[in-house]
Ligand binder design. Structure first.
Ligand SMILES: Cc1cc2nc3c(=O)[nH]c(=O)nc-3n(C[C@H](O)[C@H](O)[C@H](O)COP(=O)(O)OP(=O)(O)OC[C@H]3O[C@@H](n4cnc5c(N)ncnc54)[C@H](O)[C@@H]3O)c2cc1C
Length: 439
């Protein structure tokens, strides 16, 4: 029987989740009744935020089915906390967890990596050669950091001799703080880079820059610092109003900002970075701090499979070819994608995962039940842009770049302490509830 939702429930849910997810939550509940005796096998590739959250929701519904998660990684990273680790606000321990604590007990967990996707035979093959057949597949393998594309870069050097990169791992974020702390005391030439590829959490490099400026003020290095931001794209942020706001702030702080200027090589011993500018000219510069954002792409097994986009602007990164609204694969209806691996415009945030998981689950269950797909994703992306310690802007938007604020009392155009508190205090508990499939 379909569960009836009271208006007050829906209003509260809408407040917490947004309208699309409310629809999905209701639909999931309807399908749950119809599907609990269906003996299907769903394989989930990847046990990050998307994979675990989907596993929890499916395991509750498919009582006679089987859910298998494939991923060797046992330590869970709370990625959104890494900016706080790399700027000295959080200890590393705060971003580490164990996937075993978040995965439901009734899923099979194969601690191997998918080496090959064979969608024509509804099979994946792991890196130990194990073949796993599925009826339905969810690809949730996140992004691959392509640090190797930057000549001379060894990620072991992060944190040493002025090299920083918040993205790599909690360890590297912690070591990056060593480099940033030293720079904030001594000043010198600081460079922050952006690659030309899509990246996860496009706000993270901007937050790193703002918080480094703040640390320079706090630790005495500001007057001796020359900060630079070199973006390989045409902007700093995809929404024009916010792009201009950030640019103005950086200029006010005396920073030099260059566009279409890409980091190509680094000599970490001599502290020399090599860039190529908009005219294709190669130039070198010495640095005291270099914060690198690596180019990103889908991981090799996705990229090299029939599941990747073969044309369009997502093809070069081998991103998963899903319909941007249903999140169903464009050629294989039994395959869905969730999280950063999806070749959709915008997204690649944990907030996107939170909003899209109920949609993927609703549409997957409807596919199993042979029904029309009930739920549609609007591309919700959220960026708590930290502008200094104690202040942030909560920027939420959809595929069209239209603002989609959740909280009527937070103006996305204004910096506020409340938005900072949300990022620093409230987002992690919400994230953990999302992993459990509760929100
Ligand atoms: C520095 C930083 C700051 C961020 N800040 C924010 C923020 O403030 N707000 C926000 O909403 N988002 C933020 N994000 C983004 C957010 O963390 C990600 O968008 C989100 O975690 C993506 O989840 P995912 O499940 O797609 O990927 P992940 O959590 O990375 O999980 C992918 C999983 O797939 C596994 N995998 C990879 N390849 C294979 C394979 N071949 N076989 C099996 N498994 C595989 C990996 O081991 C991994 O466990 C930030 C990210 C970073 C790095």
């Amino acid at each position: 029987m379909t569960k009836l939702y009271k208006t007050s429930d829906i209003t509260r849910r809408k407040f917490l989740l947004g309208g699309a997810a409310t629809l999905a939550a209701m639909t999931t509940s309807f399908n749950a009744q119809a599907l609990k005796n269906t003996p299907v096998h769903v394989v989930i590739a990847g046990s990050g935020s998307a994979g675990i959250s989907i596993a929890n929701r499916l395991a509750r519904v498919l009582k006679k089915g089987r859910v298998t998660v494939i991923d060797r990684k046992e330590t869970h990273y709370y990625w959104p906390g890494l900016t706080l680790v790399a700027t000295g606000a959080w200890p590393k321990s705060k971003v580490l967890g164990q996937n075993a604590d978040y995965l439901p007990s009734n899923v099979d967990w194969i601690k191997e990596m998918v080496a090959e996707f064979d969608p024509d035979n509804k099979q994946v093959v792991t890196d130990t050669g194990r073949a796993v057949n599925y009826d339905y597949l969810v690809v949730a393998t996140g992004v691959e950091y392509n640090y190797h594309a930057i000549e001379g870069l060894d990620t072991d050097a992060i944190g040493h001799n002025g090299l920083a990169s918040v993205y790599h791992s909690p360890d590297a974020a912690e070591r990056s703080w060593d480099a940033i702390k030293k720079y904030s005391e001594q000043g010198g030439n600081g460079f922050f880079t952006l690659p030309s590829t899509p990246i996860r959490c496009a706000g993270a490099p901007l937050k790193m820059t703002f918080l480094t400026l703040d640390r320079l003020q706090q630790n005495g290095g500001f007057a001796k610092a020359k900060m630079n931001f070199y973006s390989a794209t045409n902007n700093l942020f995809g929404l024009p109003w916010f792009n201009q706001f950030i640019l103005d702030r950086y200029h006010d702080a005396g920073m030099t900002v260059k566009f279409r200027t890409e980091l190509k090589a680094v000599d970490t011993d001599k502290r020399i970075a090599t860039f190529v500018d908009a005219d294709g000219e190669r130039f070198e510069t010495d640095y005291d701090l270099l914060h690198i954002v690596p180019p990103m792409r889908a991981s090799a097994p996705v990229r090299n499979s029939k599941l990747a986009w073969r044309e369009g602007n997502m093809a070069s990164g081998g991103w998963l070819a899903v319909d941007k609204e249903t999140l169903q694969h464009i050629n294989y209806p039994e395959v869905f994608g969730c999280g950063d691996v999806n070749g959709t415009p915008r997204g690649k945030t944990a907030a996107t995962v939170k909003m899209s998981v109920p949609i993927v689950v609703a549409n997957l269950l409807a596919t199993i039940a042979g029904q029309e797909l009930p739920a549609s994703f609007n591309g919700y992306t959220s960026c708590p842009l930290l502008t200094k310690f104690g202040a942030a802007m909560l920027i939420e938007f959809d595929y069209n770049g239209d603002l989609t604020p959740t909280y009527p009392f937070i103006d996305p155009h204004k910096e506020s302490w409340l938005a900072w508190v949300m990022k620093e205090q409230l987002l992690k508990p919400t994230y953990l509830q999302m992993l459990k499939g509760n929100v």
